[in-house]
Design a protein around this ligand. Structure first.
Ligand code: DGJ
Length: 750
């Protein structure tokens, strides 16, 4: 396992537990991509690509007599620019004469223990000391541009990370107009693509489409990874399903505008190119300067989509998330947003906290509206000073009152934004992104700060340090409620304006790096109007991210289902909210809301004082249930049992611990039926030969008729079944009826 260079065959082979990745140098010292897929060892695979003269596929000048060898037909590891490959390119670079061109020749490589690091950008880490890194250095002889292809090989995790550094080793200023993180060529096979599209309050809906003989694109130009297209794409064998089939994942570690294109070329080769979005992007590279391109996380498995997701879940928890919170017990929280919106004072918050504490909630989060002149969403952003009209005496007395209840205190901030009606904007109008001569585009009546400016990042560092150093704050919810327009920085010269959006991200990452290092005990939760920036870049700083502003438990089934393809439960912020639900007007049983929310980081977002006594005692039971199964839910393996696009009657999913010693099955009925068919379910992920006892079967919110099989289903409780019985013969649940009942069944190995 690890990285091998075969000097005679001139191949690089990266081996993980069950995959092989191979590249080879050709007769002109170019780097070809030879293979990525299930493990095959180290054989030289160059013979898989015999020369074939394809009309209109051009040849390198040195190959003019060998017309079968074309950069346009061979699989490439990272394309050049304007030099014979007409497919998707990784790079557009221009010299001072405006000539776009680059052609890579091998210039050396190095192999190291540990994981490479990237300057200024989040990337996977290797705190568990298992990775190896490869750097292959390529050069363009004309511009002097050097390409460092970086590979992190996490053998045990079955993950390969890739990133790129471009270094101008020439003597003229170069202009990058596109610089992708990676190209992956899959020369054979017919693939489906699964991507995660959506909108505000309906993020990350999984959509599976066949690849066309065309280019299909998943992208955002919004300056954020966005609600609309999550930066994560899966390619899978047309027959692949949750349990079987070859699947590849491409996940950029980047939170800004991104773009992943998938092309099927004239010969059936599939090429994926992923990286920063190139629309309005450019970067000036003076002699000696370097540009680092964001990382991507690649995973591959022949065991279907569940296995692919589990690889990402493990990797994000172990190697992307950082710090003391990644495996730690996260507090069950109460957030006041949907309870009060902007209309609160200290007493109102304490009343919510008192009730929450009595029911077992562990942390109160004070959401938007505690600072500046912020009584609605039209003003105040940027003025990170306590509004003493709402919180007399400042935060300290409020935090003391909350802490006295035995609860931690958390707070909401939205640092990257500024309201027109704010002291900050009045003092520094040039700190906002605005276009000269144009009235700024407004969104939620706010503007975006130019985070590429060091004085903006310094101001925010100072304000947030003051907040966190002077108050016992255990948690920060970091929000971002609009996308980027008017992208123009007042401090960059004209020829560098194409850098503004990426410099913004570098500024955000710098601020987050400083604060998370300075305050390691604070748990940071990301947010962007719900899940508008739910990506691996943010997860390097935020151990969890608010999944969606849609808190309706039934809609959440679709959102959390889509999110689960790439991201672990421990990263998915989810709360129980009031009914009728504020987004959909739907009413669901309180327990069903909890079943959905506890498949995330779990909290409440409603005024618990408004619950009946019966409901309040349910909250206590829910927290006790969550406590009991916390480890299994947060750190267990996640199994999708249904697909909302295929199964419309119910949604089901399951957790199994890594040792296969216990499992928690969850189901929510979404469409009751008259004269209902038996509800028969099959568990997954158990040890077929082990015996499991059904320890509990909880059915909530169901109006089952006596003949509906309830007694029979309950008779199974306490009984012992083999893993294979539960997985193949299954278990029959009662015929659930009513609005959105839920089921939780817990089995334990005997
Ligand atoms: C959007 C977030 O997603 C909500 O949870 C809430 O914090 C509001 N912003 C506050 O403005």
């Amino acid at each position: 396992m690890g990285i091998q260079f075969n000097a005679s065959a001139r191949t690089f082979t990266l081996s993980t537990r069950s995959t092989t990745y191979q590249m080879g140098l050709d007769h002109l010292d170019r780097l070809l991509h030879l293979y990525y897929g299930p493990a095959i060892g180290q054989g030289d695979l160059a013979a898989m690509y015999p020369p074939a003269d394809r009309g209109f596929s051009p040849n390198h000048n040195a190959d003019r007599a060998r017309r079968g060898i074309s950069p346009d037909t061979l699989p490439q590891e990272y394309t050049g620019c304007n030099t014979g490959d007409f497919r998707l390119s990784c790079l557009v670079v221009r010299d001072e004469a405006g000539a776009a061109g680059a052609e890579w020749r091998y210039a050396g490589h190095s192999i190291q223990k540990g994981k490479y690091a990237l300057t200024g950008l989040p990337s996977a880490h290797d705190e568990e000391n298992e990775a190896e890194s490869l750097c292959i250095r390529m050069e363009d002889g004309v511009t002097g541009l050097a390409l460092e292809l970086l590979y992190g090989v996490f053998a045990k995790q079955d993950i390969i990370t890739r990133a790129v550094r471009l270094v101008n080793g020439g003597n003229q200023t170069l202009r990058l107009e596109k610089a992708a993180s990676m190209c992956l060529d899959l020369p054979f096979g017919r693939w489906d693509m699964i991507h995660f599209h959506g909108r505000h309050t309906m993020e990350r809906q999984a959509e599976r489409v066949p690849l066309l003989n065309a280019i299909q694109t998943v992208s955002s130009t919004r300056g954020a990874s966005s609600h609309h297209h999550n930066p994560f794409v899966i390619l899978c064998d047309r027959k692949a399903n949750e349990e079987h089939g070859l699947c590849y994942g491409v996940m950029p570690v980047y939170s800004g505008s991104h773009r992943t294109d998938v092309e099927v070329d004239q010969n059936g080769l599939t090429r994926i190119v992923s990286g920063i979005h190139d629309e309005r992007f450019s970067w000036q590279l003076a002699p000696g300067e370097a540009f680092t391109v964001p990382e991507v996380i690649l995973a591959c498995t022949e065991n279907g989509l569940t296995a692919l997701s589990q690889q990402y879940h493990r990797f994000i928890r172990h190697n992307v998330c950082r710090g003391e919170h990644r495996f730690a017990r996260r507090p069950v929280l109460i957030n006041n947003w949907e309870a009060t919106y902007f209309d609160f004072d200290s007493d109102a918050i304490v009343r919510i906290a008192e009730k929450a504490a009595a029911l077992g909630v562990e942390m109160l989060v004070l959401d938007d509206g505690w600072f500046g002149k912020r009584n609605d969403d039209n003003s105040g952003l940027g003025d990170w000073f306590v509004n003493e009209k709402k919180l007399p005496g400042g935060l300290t007395p409020l935090i003391q009152r909350v802490n006295a209840l035995g609860m931690k205190f958390g707070i909401w901030v939205e640092p990257e934004m500024v309201s027109e009606d704010s002291d900050l904007y009045r003092a520094h109008p040039d700190w906002a992104l605005t276009l000269p001569g144009r009235a700024p585009v407004m969104s939620r009546n706010q503007m975006v700060l130019d985070m590429g400016r060091s004085e903006v990042v310094d101001y925010l560092t100072e304000r947030l340090t003051d907040l966190l150093a002077n108050n016992p704050i255990a948690y920060v919810k970091w929000d971002m409620n609009r996308n980027m327009t008017d992208v123009y920085s007042r401090v960059l010269p004209a020829e560098r304006q194409g850098e503004a959006a990426h410099r913004y991200m570098l500024g955000v990452y710098r601020l987050l790096e400083t604060l998370t290092t300075r305050f390691p005990h604070v748990l940071f939760e990301g947010c962007a109007g719900g899940g508008g920036r739910f990506d691996a870049g943010m997860l390097a700083y935020f151990t969890q991210i608010w999944c969606s502003d849609d808190t309706d438990a039934i809609e959440r089934l679709v959102i959390q289902h889509g999110t689960s393809f790439g991201y672990p439960v421990s990263s998915i912020g989810a709360h129980v909210s009031a009914c009728p639900n504020h987004q959909t007007g739907r009413t669901t049983p309180l327990w069903t809301r909890a079943v959905a929310a506890m498949s995330g980081t779990f909290g409440y977002e409603l005024d618990l004082n408004k619950l009946s006594d019966e409901e309040a005692s349910q909250v206590k039971e829910q927290i006790a249930f969550f406590d009991k199964h916390y480890q299994l839910i947060q750190n267990g393996l996640y199994y999708r049992l249904t697909d909302p696009t295929e199964e419309s009657r119910y949604a089901a999913w399951q957790f199994v611990d890594e040792e296969q010693s216990e499992a928690l099955f969850n189901l929510i009925l979404t469409h009751p039926e008259a004269n209902a068919r038996p509800l028969h379910v099959w568990l997954r992920g158990l040890d077929p030969d082990a015996l499991y006892r059904v320890e509990s079967l909880d059915i909530h919110g169901c109006h089952c008729a006596p003949q509906a099989g309830l007694d029979l289903a309950m008779e199974g409780v306490g009984k012992v079944y083999s893993g294979s019985t539960l997985m193949h013969a299954g278990y029959t649940l009662p015929q659930l009826a009513g609005d959105y009942p839920s089921v939780q069944m817990y089995v334990k190995r005997v």
